[in-house]
Design a protein around this ligand. Structure first.
Ligand code: F6R
Length: 242
């Protein structure tokens, strides 16, 4: 696990966008695993700017997102489908048919998850997987647990995640209680993993990810075992790390 220390959020975002665009330049038909949330917003807007300038070309790129709330339609403004279109897909020259997000609108969890696993497997798994990290060490929506998860599955969100995500909803009651998420094992199949983190609230989780025991109580800690994982984080997020 390599750690890249950045001064602030802006610096983190630019460096992360550099890594993603290098991947796309080196392999124009690459498979990207993508994340939602607040952390990647700066990197996505940097990629949009570079795409506008013709510096990065997404026309042959395929993407697979980590997760989606269960029970929201794909055009619900709170859905991750919508988030990805708003913040990246509609703003770069990607072919929408090559973008994939678990189908939260399918109430049949088993069918939705196994279909998503099939698609990710047939795509050959991501060349580069972008990850944020939850305050409790979750990756995707893989919450602290007694074992590491495998493929895409339906999860009950923890109170801490519901609270953290409620900032994006009008009321806490509106936050969906379940989500479909890629499993930890699937995430580990990516050939390269890029974790981004910013701010003091992530300091504990980042410390446990990088230096704690590999323990499903902090799902991100398994990334210590990945042979090509880079953490790009700002001073505040790395403030507990040596
Ligand atoms: C989002 C996801 C989550 C977030 C994490 C951090 O697709 O999988 O694991 O990356 O909750 O969220 P932010 O960036 O909002 O702090």
């Amino acid at each position: 696990m390599r750690i890249v220390r950045t001064t602030d959020y802006k610096d983190m975002s630019r460096k992360a966008a550099n890594v993603i665009s290098a991947q796309v330049i080196m392999k124009p038909d690459c498979v990207l695993g993508l994340a939602t949330g607040t952390t990647p917003l700066g990197a996505y807007s940097q990629l949009v700017e570079w795409c506008d300038k013709g510096d990065v070309d997404f026309s042959n790129v395929s993407t697979y997102n980590l997760d989606e709330y269960r029970g929201l339609t794909n055009d619900d403004p709170q859905s991750y489908h919508y988030f990805m279109r708003q913040n990246l897909f509609d703003k770069v020259n990607i072919d929408l048919a090559r973008t994939h997000v678990p189908d939260g609108s399918n109430p049949d969890a088993e069918a939705a998850c196994s279909e998503y696993d099939r698609m990710v497997r047939e795509a050959g798994y991501p060349d580069l997987q972008l990850l944020g990290i939850g305050n409790n060490g979750h990756i995707g929506f893989n919450e602290p647990d007694s074992c590491f998860s495998k493929g895409t599955h339906c999860v009950n969100l923890t109170e801490s995640t519901i609270k953290a995500n409620s900032r994006l909803f009008e009321r806490e009651e509106d936050v969906p209680r379940q989500a479909y998420t890629m499993g930890v094992q699937t995430i580990m199949y990516a050939r390269m993993i890029l974790v981004i983190a910013s701010g003091e609230a992530k300091a504990d989780a980042v410390y446990r990810m990088c230096y704690g025991p590999v323990d499903p109580d902090c799902p991100a800690s398994i990334l210590q075992l990945h042979t090509n994982c880079v953490v790009i984080a700002d001073e505040a997020a790395l403030s507990r790390c040596p």
